[in-house]
Design a protein around this ligand. Structure first.
Ligand code: ADP
Length: 437
């Protein structure tokens, strides 16, 4: 972090229903303090006179009743806005809350809303998910957050499809990170249910994506059957921004598998009209919400830096709760490194006769360890034996990072957030690399 001079705090007085929008670069830290009034960040309330610290984030501090804020440090963007769609987002929450009340009274088989949020990239889907979940939590609900955005990894690492039962407020500074992530050693955190996909876009291996989506839905359903509070609270599903033919296919699949009954379309007229035509029916409502003017488009370098920050936090924790990762030496032959869908890279004509492309897309291939693994992040499967296709649908125990490769000695040095031997043998290799800084 730069050791620049500490600038004077800047005071912001916001009227009711206004928000302060700030963007903070990755190499700076900005402190925020609520001095008077009330304010929230993506639904989570700020405490008065607490210093919150941010780096590499784009956020809005919204107030329902007016507030005074102090911002210390240099933001790359900083302005306030009086026009926001927040009232419509709150109304959306109230409508969901009504469904929860109905569920509590035994209607709809006692099931709370299953909400799907769709829209193109960078319209605020993840931010809206956070708000709807936070508002639910603030009313003592315990919703489940389903994240199907494999490119981002709000919950664990990019490349996964996850479901997280939420019971505690989403942390202002750490986002979903604290409510779920990483290190099972991190204390109260509930380990999310995660399945490994390993590609940045659902397009890269749609067949596998749909298999995992169905698997995740099955696990969520089981959880809802066992957990009365979660069942009444319902689920919020955040999606990837894909809205072409493949995207439509995935959305339809998702609606079926999760028995979605509320579809929220964010900031896209045509998508709204298509969703209404294709999916609106008795018991399923399609709702249109406006995109906030504050949502920022993230370029590839910002996304890359966010990804790096995520990986770093998984192993080292955050400024608030630091972790010391464990470094372990592993023999090549103690682990099996796997990759999925290698065959999908080959042209169909190169496949063995009788084996069609679809089959090879979910075929598991063994990877020889070697120098190429250096700086890779691998997902550790909970599987105990190599059995196809079951291994694909086995959830994850966590992640490791390859910090050194000793080719001559046939060993790897890996970092993991848990102490001791790495108990699991099967590691998935995706496209994630991380150079420690
Ligand atoms: P999507 O999930 O649709 O891709 P996000 O919710 O991740 O979109 O929003 C994109 C970026 O804009 C994120 O960095 C998010 O923190 C930021 N953002 C969202 N809403 C606001 C807002 N009202 N003011 C400032 N930044 C915002």
């Amino acid at each position: 972090m730069s050791m620049a001079q500490t600038p004077e705090p800047k005071e912001w007085i916001l009227d009711e229903e206004n928000e302060l929008r700030i963007e903070i670069d990755f190499d700076t830290k900005v402190k925020l303090r609520l001095v008077t009034g009330t304010a929230e960040i993506f639904g989570t309330e700020l405490g008065q006179n607490v210093d919150y610290e941010f780096s590499g984030r784009k956020i809005a501090i919204f107030t329902w009743h007016g507030c005074k804020l102090l911002v210390t440090g240099t933001c790359s963007v900083e302005y306030f806005a009086a026009e926001t769609p927040m009232v419509s987002y709150l109304n959306m929450h109230l409508a969901l809350e009504q469904r929860r009340v109905l569920a509590s009274q035994g209607n709809n088989n006692g099931q709370g809303p299953r909400v799907l949020i769709v829209g193109p990239n960078d319209v605020g889907k993840t931010s809206l998910s956070k708000m709807l979940l936070s508002y639910g939590l603030r009313q003592s609900r315990q919703p489940i957050y389903v994240d199907l955005d494999c490119s981002e990894g709000s919950i664990t690492m990019p490349g996964c499809l996850t479901a997280t039962p939420l019971t505690e407020m989403i942390d202002v500074e750490e986002g979903f990170g604290s409510s779920a992530t990483s290190a099972p050693t991190a204390g109260s955190a509930v380990m999310p249910l995660a399945y490994y996909y390993g590609f940045p876009s659902p397009k890269d291996n749609t067949k596998l994506y749909n298999v995992l989506l169905a698997r995740l839905a099955k696990s969520v359903k089981r959880r809802l059957d066992e957990d009365e509070a979660a069942k009444k609270s319902g689920i919020v599903i955040d999606t990837n921004g894909l809205i072409d033919a493949t995207g439509y296919e995935i959305i339809a699949n998702c609606i079926k598998e999760f028995a979605v009954d509320v579809i929220i379309v964010l900031g896209h007229e045509r998508l709204f009209s298509d969703m209404t035509r294709l999916h609106q029916k008795p018991g399923v409502s399609v709702v249109k919400l406006a995109k906030s003017g504050g949502v920022v488009e993230r370029d590839s370098s910002f996304r890359r830096l966010t990804q790096n920050q995520k990986i770093r936090e998984y192993f080292y924790g955050t400024a608030k709760s630091e972790l010391a990762p464990y470094s372990t030496m592993i023999n090549y032959h103690d682990v099996e490194i796997l990759r999925v869908g290698e065959g999908s890279l080959a042209p169909s004509s190169a496949l063995p006769i009788g084996e069609d492309r679809k089959v090879s897309e979910t075929h598991v291939v063994k990877v020889e360890p070697g120098e190429h693994l250096l700086h890779s992040v691998l997902a550790v499967s909970n599987a105990d034996k190599m059995q196809e296709p079951e291994i694909l649908e086995t959830n994850l125990a966590g992640f490791i990072y390859v910090s050194e490769v000793h080719e001559a000695r046939k060993k790897l040095t890996v970092l993991s957030p848990c102490p001791g031997r790495i108990p699991k043998k099967f590691w998935w290799l995706g496209s994630l690399k991380w150079a420690e800084d």
